[in-house]
Design a protein around this ligand. Structure first.
Ligand SMILES: NC(=O)c1ccc[n+]([C@@H]2O[C@H](COP(=O)([O-])OP(=O)(O)OC[C@H]3O[C@@H](n4cnc5c(N)ncnc54)[C@H](OP(=O)(O)O)[C@@H]3O)[C@@H](O)[C@H]2O)c1
Length: 319
């Protein structure tokens, strides 16, 4: 399979965790343009991205920026959003309004619609009906592929079967997948189910919010939100050995620590979905397409990650 990389836009409009500021919009536009130029495959957003007065901001910015790019340059890129199964979005028409709102914000640039999280733990019928809603929309002539997020292997198999009864397939699954992810064994089982069913497996937060590219010799506290600084501090000690290994590999290959952490995902056949808001980071991450980790490097990373404290998982993730 050809190596692929995705660009994530959770930070675009998020003040609380990512300290979004409207003054950065020009940089975000450059980030997107550079990613398209450098052969990124997927741009991922969600209808819940954007906090407070910036509600819907990520989709909106993406829609605006995409409208400025000629069609010929966008042919190879897939635009993916995630619709949130909020408790009030219920029944077989629960996604109608959110779907059309996303379509409007994205100015009709929408190729993949994903269920943002599984409702199996508290309302199993809800997600089934919302997926039926997506299937009906496709039958009505809207062209998009269906994806899932924060789903477990058992539930995925049930949902594949359900959509099969509607002659539909699941094309993408995205879950947290990085050297600091919790439940890595479960995620690998999930990945196997994906492979058996021709589903593309997307690794979100591949840099663990940036912790994995933090130089082990110092903590850079600048420009981060209070929340993000607290997380970096909480994981500083237990990730030290891992970050030293990442740094050594990076140095020996003359690449960045970020490239090493992202290539750990690619080595396993996952599509890394990297959160990006700076053109310079796109330029750096695009280099991942040009080299691969070898077996020894992969094993050293695995070994160093063993004793790290793992990040919290998505509380809704199903079994
Ligand atoms: N489905 C879900 O529930 C879910 C949950 C989380 C995320 N996601 C998706 O996955 C995407 C990525 O995950 P994420 O945003 O959590 O974080 P991430 O990709 O693990 O980390 C992103 C951060 O790493 C830093 N970074 C990126 N490239 C770098 C480079 N080359 N050198 C140094 N630092 C670099 C940047 O920090 P600075 O910008 O501060 O420099 C960036 O904001 C999201 O945007 C979203 O689309 C989905």
């Amino acid at each position: 399979m050809k190596k692929k990389i995705g660009l994530g836009t959770w930070a675009w409009g998020n003040e609380l965790f990512w300290k979004y500021n409207q003054n950065s919009d020009k940089e975000l536009r450059d980030t997107l343009q550079e990613a398209i130029k450098r052969g990124f495959s997927i741009i991922d957003t969600a209808d819940s991205y954007g906090t407070g007065k910036f509600s819907g901001r990520s989709e909106q910015l993406l829609g605006n920026f995409l409208s400025e790019i000629p069609k010929s340059q966008k042919r190879k890129i897939q635009i993916a959003t995630k619709l949130a199964p909020y408790p009030w979005r219920i029944g077989k028409k629960g996604f109608i309004k959110p779907f059309f709102s996303s379509l409007e914000r994205l100015q009709n640039e929408l190729d993949i619609v994903q269920l943002h999280w599984s409702t199996a733990k508290y309302n199993p019928l809800q997600e089934v009906q919302l997926l039926e809603n997506l299937s009906d929309l496709i039958n009505e002539g809207y062209h998009f592929k269906i994806g899932l997020s924060n789903v477990g292997p058992k539930r995925l198999q049930k949902l594949i079967q359900f959509l099969g009864t509607k002659n539909k397939v699941i094309s993408y699954v995205q879950v947290q997948f990085s050297l600091l992810s919790p439940d890595i064994k479960k995620q690998r089982i999930l990945k196997r189910v994906c492979e058996q069913n021709n589903i593309k497996f997307i690794a979100y937060s591949p840099l663990s919010f940036g912790i994995l590219c933090q130089d082990p010799s110092f903590i850079n506290k600048t420009k981060k939100s209070f929340l993000r600084n607290s997380i970096f501090k909480a994981y500083d000690h237990s990730t030290l050995e891992l970050r030293e290994t990442i740094k050594k590999i990076a140095k020996s290959r003359s690449v960045s620590m970020a490239q090493v952490a992202v290539n750990w995902c690619s080595y396993q056949g996952a599509i890394p979905l990297v959160g990006l808001r700076r053109k310079s980071h796109v330029v750096d991450i695009a280099q991942v397409l040009k080299w691969d980790l070898n077996k020894d490097e992969y094993e050293r990373l695995e070994d160093s990650a063993k004793n790290c404290k793992k990040l919290p998982g998505n509380p809704f993730s199903s079994n």
